[in-house]
Write a protein that binds this ligand. Structure first.
Ligand code: PLP
Length: 392
């Protein structure tokens, strides 16, 4: 059965069940089994599933206009860029189709800025160990997990890796040809590690002193996930270049890189482009997402639910201290570190009707829809409780 489903797919994922429908924070498989969803399509579906207002906005846009090229203005792209710049504190936006493409654009922009200062700049980049920025060649080059990179070498050159939350390790790598420091504001795939205040502020200062771009990847941790619209708001700083995707479209494939005026204006017509990026359908989704976020106070709700969730998980940790060794994260981006195989927790939770995802080698990631309520959190805790009881 499994093999039959996999027959015409390049086997890059170990998929489990076949999902057919979503409603609120529940997903349903082809046998009608319901799952409490703590994964949100990997931190994408912030509004949960089947939000009526969101669906209507997409249907209306389909009737109006699905696609035109970027040689023309459309109302959705203008409006979406305005919403995103306002929410992020960045001045200008370039829409992409995915997170990895947003990273590619961010790297290109940082290199172009350095090139305009010095045509001989080697455009070197400092990235972090255990980071994740995507699967295309540029994004992979700054992804700090060797086994993701090695089979695909040579990638783009000039990248060196520092240790996250270790300012000295970053300082040591700065050279006259460094054009950017790139990192997630809160490391996701690497195992849910928030940046310390000292580290992020220190890196910000290094970038200012050396006139290099601080690129913050907010693809997973942005869009309200950590209880602020963007995670850097917790630190009172701004990046020079910021990438977004995942929950930006809440299900429509869309990403963006954004920049301050100073960096954004390094690019001019001909420097970068995309056929689909920022098309009216994707941007109608972005606009509606920002409208619903504002109207329904989604970010504030995420902060509140995040606090409640963390408290409940800490209690669960007291109950299963040998198996559940750490609870960390921010808002509704939570990692629980386990002493057993994290894949076993994922599998057992699925059997019990709950979707959770693995991160790193020993972390179970909880990134539910931001519209989750305390009753869903209670249900999640009770399922985890029984999973840990069975595994102990
Ligand atoms: C998911 C993710 C990406 C890549 O986004 P895609 O849309 O899968 O290309 C990049 N950076 C971070 C932090 C992510 O979580």
């Amino acid at each position: 059965m499994k093999n039959e489903l996999e027959k015409h797919l390049i086997h890059t994922y170990n998929r489990s069940v076949t999902l057919v429908k979503g409603e609120g924070v529940s997903l349903f498989d082809d046998k009608g089994k319901e799952y409490l969803d703590m994964g949100a399509g990997i931190a994408v579906c912030a509004l949960g599933y089947s939000n009526e207002e969101y669906k209507k906005a997409l249907k209306d846009q389909i009737d109006q206009l699905i696609h035109v090229s970027n040689l023309f203005y459309t109302e959705p792209v203008i409006k979406a860029a305005k919403y995103l710049s306002k929410a992020s504190g960045m001045d200008r936006v370039f829409f992409t189709n995915s997170g990895t493409e947003a990273i590619e654009g961010a790297i290109k922009l940082a290199r172009k800025y350095a090139y305009l200062k010095n045509k001989d700049s080697k455009g070197e980049i400092i990235a972090m160990n255990h980071s994740f920025h995507g699967r295309s060649m540029g994004a992979l080059a700054v992804t700090g997990t060797k086994h993701y990179r090695d089979p695909f070498e040579p990638l783009i050159g000039g990248v060196s890796f520092a240790d996250y939350n270790n300012l000295e390790s970053v300082k040591k790598l700065i050279k006259k040809d460094t054009c950017a420091i790139i990192m997630e504001t809160l490391q996701g795939e690497g195992g849910i590690y928030p940046a310390t205040k000292e580290f992020l502020l220190g890196v910000r200062k290094l970038c200012d002193e050396n006139d290099i771009a601080l690129i913050l990847d907010e693809i997973q941790c942005g869009m309200g996930r950590t209880g602020k619209m963007f995670t850097y708001e917790h630190y009172g700083i701004k990046p020079d270049i910021m990438t977004s995707a995942k929950a930006l479209g809440c299900g429509m494939p869309v990403g963006a890189f954004c920049a301050t005026e100073k960096f954004a204006t390094a690019m001019c017509p001909g420097d970068h482009g995309t056929t689909y990026g920022g098309n009216p359908l994707a941007c109608a989704a972005v606009c509606k997402v920002f409208e619903i976020f504002e109207k329904e106070h989604i970010v504030e709700h995420a902060a509140k639910m995040g606090n409640y969730f963390t408290e409940q998980l800490q209690r669960l940790q007291e109950k299963h201290p040998a198996l559940l060794t750490d609870v960390r994260g921010k808002g509704l981006m939570i990692g629980i570190e386990v002493s057993c195989a994290n894949g076993d927790v994922v599998k057992k939770a699925l059997e019990k009707g709950m979707i959770v995802i693995a991160a790193g080698s020993n972390v179970v990631r909880l990134v539910p829809p931001l519209v989750i309520e305390t009753k869903h959190i209670d249900q999640c805790i009770s399922i985890l409780d029984s999973v840990f009881a069975e595994l102990s």
